[in-house]
Design a protein around this ligand. Structure first.
Ligand code: HEC
Ligand code: HEC
Length: 248
């Protein structure tokens, strides 16, 4: 495991607990059971526009109160804080995230479309024991928490141009076209980026860029991340982050 040392022992203990629960739990999603046999990545069903459309159409209505209870009962709180706040810079912020996005990520972890590394594996184990109603309930709970209170990103920032206008010479569509003008989300599964911890942002952008994270329906993110330099990614992370110097 390559996670930060000061959280290591807690996480090992948690994982052991979750793994035990997951092996005895009835698998709610047939495709999950298939992917979880360890038979290999080839069995993972990638999204097509049609399967994604159908998944959105059949997404259960989430109940935030049930989601809050699940967040505690399923140990999500032990890693994601009492309301989905980012406890370490390396893990994502869930609070204020769009429900469709969270629902999709939980499906992607459960069905191993998002299974790049040890950190993703933590979530594969956690998501495998959820059914779709529970995923929708959790997603509703996080959305209800709202984004962290912070000023909107600065127009004078070095990557503001890239974010708002893009770069036609490198075929980069403006991030804002999908992620909203201040990073607080677009439509459907386009996530909010506002408040994502810098370390997590940089790590997941690198996974997109290297073609390791490819769970998005249109595979657009890998295409947008591919031409970016490390410096640009670091600047983008800073642009969207709401961390102040004290928490950085
Ligand atoms: C042992 C720690 C741990 C536990 C328990 C845990 N998570 Fe996570 N979670 C993580 C880590 C680490 C990541 C980042 C994984 C990656 O890089 O793909 C993550 C990622 C996520 C994401 C993706 C967010 C994004 O922006 O893409 C969601 C959603 C999520 N977790 C929800 C949950 C829910 C719901 C539960 C409880 C059922 C849960 N987590 C339990 C550690 C944990
Ligand atoms: C055409 C629409 C589109 C554009 C343009 C776009 N994105 Fe995305 N982005 C998405 C979608 C959709 C996802 C969700 C992928 C998934 O399903 O996991 C995403 C995911 C992400 C994530 C992962 C968030 C998380 O919580 O894990 C980051 C970071 C990100 N985008 C940054 C950017 C940046 C920076 C740019 C501009 C250089 C950009 N995106 C341009 C559509 C877009």
């Amino acid at each position: 495991m390559t996670t930060q040392q000061h959280h290591r022992s807690t996480r090992h203990a948690l994982l052991a607990g979750i793994a035990t629960v997951a092996t005895v739990a009835t698998m709610a999603l047939p495709t999950t059971a298939l992917a979880a046999t360890g038979a290999g990545k080839t069995e993972v069903a990638q999204w097509t526009p049609a399967t994604w459309h159908e998944t959105m159409r059949t997404m259960p209505t989430g109940d935030a109160a049930r989601g809050e209870k699940l967040h505690d009962d399923k140990f999500c709180a032990s890693c994601h804080g009492s309301r989905g706040e980012a406890l370490t810079g390396n893990w994502p912020l869930l609070a204020g995230q769009r429900a469709e996005y969270t629902y999709k990520q939980l499906l992607d972890y459960a069905e191993h479309r998002r299974a790049e590394d040890q950190r993703a594996h933590i979530m594969n184990v956690a998501a495998e024991e959820l059914d779709r109603q529970e995923m929708a309930d959790l997603a509703a709970f996080y959305e209800q928490q709202g984004l962290p209170d912070a000023p909107k990103p600065e127009d004078t920032h070095p990557v503001h141009q890239l974010v708002s206008v893009g770069d036609p010479t490198r075929l980069i569509t403006p991030c804002a076209a999908c992620h909203g003008s201040n990073g607080s989300g677009g439509i459907n599964e386009s996530p909010t980026l506002r408040g994502q911890p810098e370390a997590y942002f940089i790590r997941t952008m690198a996974l997109f860029r290297d073609g390791e994270r490819g769970n998005d329906v249109a595979h657009g993110m890998s295409q947008f991340a591919e031409p970016l330099t490390d410096e640009e990614i670091a600047n983008l992370a800073e642009y969207y982050s709401t961390e102040d110097d004290a928490t950085r």
